[in-house]
Design a binder for this molecule. Sequence first.
Ligand code: FAD
Ligand code: NAD
Length: 465
Amino acid sequence: MRVETCKLLIIGGGPGGYVCGIRAGQLGIDTILVEEDTPGGTCLTVGCIPSKALIHAAEEFHKLRGFAGGTSPLGISAKAPAIDLAATLSWKDGIVERLTRGVAGLLKKAGTRILAGRAEFVDGKTVRVRGPEGVREVHAEAVVIATGSAPVELPFLPFDGKVIGSTEALALDAVPERLVVVGGGYIGLEIGTAFAKLGSQVTVVEATNRILPQYDAALTKPVLASLKALGVTVMIDTRALGLSDDGLQVGRGEDGAEPLDLPADRILVTVGRRPRSDGAGIPDLGLTMDGGFIRIDATCRTSMRGVFAIGDVTGEPMLAHRAMAQGEMVAEIVAGHRRQWDARCIPAVCFTDPEIVTCGLSPEEAKAQGIAIRTGQFPFAANGRAMTMQAESGFVRAVAREDNNILLGLQAVGAGVSELSAAFSTAIEMGARLDDIGAVIHAHPTQSEAVQEACLAALGKALHI
Ligand code: FAD
Ligand code: NAD
């Protein structure tokens, strides 16, 4: 068997692993990255990027359908549009291919070797890789576990063709006439909204008493209103029970006592993702775990010396940018730099219609921590740019300490607000106060003026409301 040695071995080439590999290579660390599928991982191949491509195509189609009604206040009318889903998906696949090829190129440019194959631990410093070039053993001084996550499958609704997960939903050969989505979280609502805009009759079945339970109700209210306007049926306090003759059987109410059949051509199950910590010989290492997640400290070290873990396999929030930041940090630690996780906030964006963006603490979270706060809110209904874009739904909210006005959180819901996330995290990371943001000249007319106004509102000094 061929045996290789390196200083750093990374298992998994998703955003966590590949960023770690690029930075390690740039820092001159002799690095091998093992990937059993395509470099880029869930994010680039079946996650963030393909889902946003589908969301964009659906939005464009939906817009044209609106014009075809002939009732647009903009005075635009158009013929009823058609969609060739195969062409849409081939455009999406082209983006995925460009990005995944780009990642492989960046790793190569940094001098990091990519080993194609499935890695399995022999011991904490040795990994066996089974791939197209046979079996190899790699010995490393440090190992990074970046194996990511996989969709949770409900035992009574296994993925089988009619019952699908997000990966299959992003590669369907036709727009389903009736789509039932089980789970009203990130994926269910992002992809469910896209299919509603493409013409599916969508029903969302959510077990808790509201959609997107990870966000506060004020932020999700405009999303719920938009789902209703799109004709999406949202069933809260409802659980999937199993397949019925022509769709899904659900149970309504807290104890699921009210059974109901929902006819469906496809059933999309999006009830969360599970860490991939159960394979690759990881259980035999005996690492300290938090449930299925690998426990890490502020330097992403696990309980075993020389073994790091990053990304979805280490816990919430399971977001690509968290994985990337961890990957970069670990490479620098292995290079001998003094680094530790000290981020004040990890922004989160939900690409629903309208979009939601949160950064730092919500008012409830701040209060739960016993912090006295002041808050300010500015509605897009009072923002000129939002009016010119027919995007008046939603608001920006600022949360700051009452004693010194330092920003603790910024949140928004509205069209395209994902692009405000950088302003939000920059302000919070830099320790800005309400008056700092209030004093910054924000270009007019832009939606970002609502950020300045929300901060001024918290000081009782808003200008345009
Ligand atoms: P992954 O991206 O899962 O990569 C892990 C890699 O490890 C995979 O390529 C896998 O093949 C490889 N691997 C696993 N085991 C082995 C082994 N034994 N040997 C070799 N290789 C192995 N996040 C956002 O921040 N924004 C979004 O908009 C967003 N949208 C999403 C939409 C969808 C539909 C989904 C499913 C997820 C989305 N996410 C989003 C989440 C995001 O994709 C993940 O948080 C991110 O990919 C995690 O990165 P990772 O490196 O930890 O793992
Ligand atoms: P999620 O945790 O966002 O949502 C799952 C939903 O399913 C929850 O609302 C939960 O209450 C509900 N649920 C659970 N069991 C159920 C059942 N039996 N019947 C009905 N409802 C049930 O999970 P997800 O949507 O699968 O996404 C997984 C992860 O992927 C997210 O947590 C996030 O970290 C990541 N992601 C991020 C983005 C983004 O950043 N824009 C987009 C997609 C995915």
